[in-house]
Structure formats: C-alpha cells, structure tokens
Design a protein around this ligand. Structure first.
Ligand SMILES: C[S@@+](CC[C@H](N)C(=O)[O-])C[C@H]1O[C@@H](n2cnc3c(N)ncnc32)[C@H](O)[C@@H]1O
Length: 348
C-alpha cells in the first residue's frame, strides 16, 4: 500500500510531496510529520527506503505508508488534551507524532500484539526524547504501550476521544471498535478495504464516512486460554501527574512562550514555530565526480548563495539549529540537577 506520492530525498522532502498531493492539509499535522524523521523508525540498514511512500515490514515490525498516516492524522482531527488509543501501535511512530499534538495534558495509549515490537517502540521513544532536535519545540504527551491483543480489552473499559486501528478490522468487530469511543469521539480504521472514519454522535448513534481504498493486513484474532475463556488485556494505566511533573510542564511552557515571543519580535515576524532560522530548501543534485571537484563546486555554490542572500535578504543555506529553550534553561540560576530535570536529561 502506498506509492501515491514520489519518494523524498529526506523527511522534509517527503512531507513536501505529501503536502503537494494534498494528503497533508493542516498545519498541526504538517508540524508533527516534520518533527519526526520516519527513517528513525527503520532499522539502520533499511533507512534509505524510509522516504518512499511505501509500507515497510521486517519480521514483526511493520510501518504503514506515509500517505496512509497523513490521511489518518488528518481524519483524527487531533487537539491538545484529547485521549488517544492506538490499536496495533507497532513501532510507535504514529503514537509519537500524535503525542506532539496532544500535549502534556492528553492521554496517549497503545496496544500491540508483539512484545518484541513494544520493546522496539520503547527504544525509539527513548531515543526521540533523549536526542531529537524536535522534542524541545513541542509539549509532548508521552505514549505508553501494553502488550496484548486489542480485541481482548474488557468491555467496560475506559473510552477515548480518538481511536485508531492500524490493522484491518473484520466486519464483526466494527461494533466492538465503535464502543471504545466517547460520545463526540472519532475512530479511524481500515474496514472492508476502506479507511473508514466513524464519529460517535450519541450513546447509540454513529456517523460513518469512507475516506480511501486501502489494503491492510487483518487484525490477528485472539487465542483463547486453555479454559476456553478470552484473555483480558488491561489498557495502559491512566497516570495522574505529580506536582513535580506539573511544575516542569509549566516552567517549560512559560520559557517556551517567552522565548518564542522574543524570537518573533527580534525577527519582526508574527508567531514563530521553529527555533532555527528559516531557509529556503534547495534540492541537492547528486554529482558523479571526484571529491576534489565536489569541493570546488561546493565552494562556488556557497559563494553564489552568499551573494544571493545579500541581494534578496533571504536565507538559502541551512543554518545550524539553535535550541533556545535549552540555552535558556542552562542559563537559569538553578542547581544543575534541577536544570537537568527541566531538560528531561536530554543528551543534546
Ligand atoms: C501496520 S502496523 C501499525 C504500525 C504503527 N501504526 C506504527 O506507527 O508503527 C499494524 C500493527 O498491528 C499489530 N496487530 C495486529 N493484530 C493485532 C491485534 N489483534 N492486537 C494488537 N495488535 C495487533 C501488528 O503486530 C502490527 O504491529
């Protein structure tokens, strides 16, 4: 499934293509997609394929195509503070993007059948939090995953504002899925070869819209225990935040807002989202030539770009990103361990 848009040279290029083809339509979704490099969810040896609009499978690890995730993110109509349940949460790529929109007061839960995939998802999540340049630009709702079959959730479980199922739902499970929703909530799932959006409009009323033809591997059916009874899979726990965590969220929020304000004032612009200076993206054309020749070409190009920048006043070359939030926290007159806590002990 996929191949709807041309391959990108990097993550930004892929997102440009998804936007151009109108798969990504809203700012929030675009920002979340740009913030997370799809290649980071691949095994290193397959990274080169990450910017193609194709699904990827390796053992139990499985990612859907970028055009599908774009449609899903748009259809979910996400806002800060909502609760989200991801059935078949896989690598955590989608859950992490969703977490950037839900913010710290949302709920971000996932259920995944394979325990090894949950380990993989937690490794990827840890690396995102510790090393990603994007982490400090957002207020994040960290996902939590549990292992189990998502068709074994107890019927009387909590309901969610948003639910996504990442594997094909059999028609007989449609009602089960719809009942996971709160009234007013939105469920997106592949059902009868169509990506389907269902909105719960009342206690026993739903509206259904078919979005796109898709082909998904079906949900794995539950295996019943030796006594013939279904196993029960409890949902991830709803964690109440400690006062210490709430203080960190508030301090980071205040610093981020005031940093953004100063940043946009100093640039004479409206709201600024990214901390690094903006620049016009320019395609890198691969050249087949020796290293010495490349060096000369690069020098010439740089000079030419400098000239153009002087003339137009527009930045053409990527500038190293500056993480102003990090700099501000490090500059606070606070004990070192407190600064590290405010920085989530991030490595960069
Ligand atoms: C296409 S992948 C979803 C990938 C995910 N969206 C991501 O961001 O990585 C589908 C996932 O559903 C899981 N799955 C299939 N049947 C399941 C079931 N009954 N319960 C829980 N997970 C299931 C698979 O193991 C697989 O990881």
């Amino acid at each position: 499934m996929g191949g709807a848009v041309s391959a990108g040279e990097d993550n930004d290029d892929l997102i440009d293509n998804l936007k151009e083809a109108y798969y990504i339509r809203s700012d929030l979704v675009e920002k979340a997609f740009r913030a997370i490099d799809r290649a980071d969810y691949y095994l290193d040896e397959y990274r080169d394929n990450a910017y193609k609009d194709l699904a990827w499978r390796h053992g139990n690890i499985h990612l859907s195509a970028p055009c599908i995730y774009s449609e899903v993110m748009e259809a979910l109509d996400l806002h800060p503070g909502l609760s989200f349940l991801n059935l078949g949460s896989g690598t955590g790529y989608l859950s992490t993007m969703v977490g950037l929109i839900l913010g710290p007061f949302g709920v971000n839960h996932g259920i995944e059948l394979h325990a090894d995939v949950i380990d993989y998802a937690y490794q990827k999540l840890d690396s995102f939090i510790k090393t990603s340049d994007s982490f400090d630009k957002f207020e994040f709702c960290e996902p939590s995953f549990v292992a189990g079959n998502c068709l074994d959730i107890p019927l009387e479980s909590r309901q969610y504002d948003r639910v996504y199922c990442g594997a094909g739902v059999q028609k007989e499970h449609e009602d089960y899925m719809r009942n996971l929703l709160k009234i007013g909530g939105i469920l997106v799932m592949p059902l009868e070869e169509k990506l389907t959006k269902i909105t719960r409009t009342g206690t026993s009323t739903w509206e259904t819209k078919k979005i796109l033809s898709v082909s998904f591997a079906p949900l794995v059916l539950p295996k019943h225990g030796p006594n013939g009874k279904p196993k029960i899979v409890p949902l991830p726990r709803y964690e109440v935040r400690t006062l210490q965590e709430l203080a960190r969220i508030c301090i980071r929020h205040t610093l981020r807002v005031t940093t953004d304000e100063k940043e946009s004032q100093s640039r004479g612009r409206g709201s600024s989202f990214s901390y690094g200076p903006r620049f016009k993206r320019r395609r890198v054309h691969r050249r087949q030539c020796s290293i010495q020749v490349v060096d000369e070409v690069v020098d010439e190009e740089e000079e030419q770009e400098e000239e153009e920048e002087k003339e137009t006043g527009e930045l053409l070359r990527p500038q190293p990103a500056v993480n102003l939030l990090r700099e501000r926290i490090l500059g606070l007159p606070l004990p070192e361990p407190l600064k590290m806590y405010l920085l989530f002990y991030r490595e960069k």
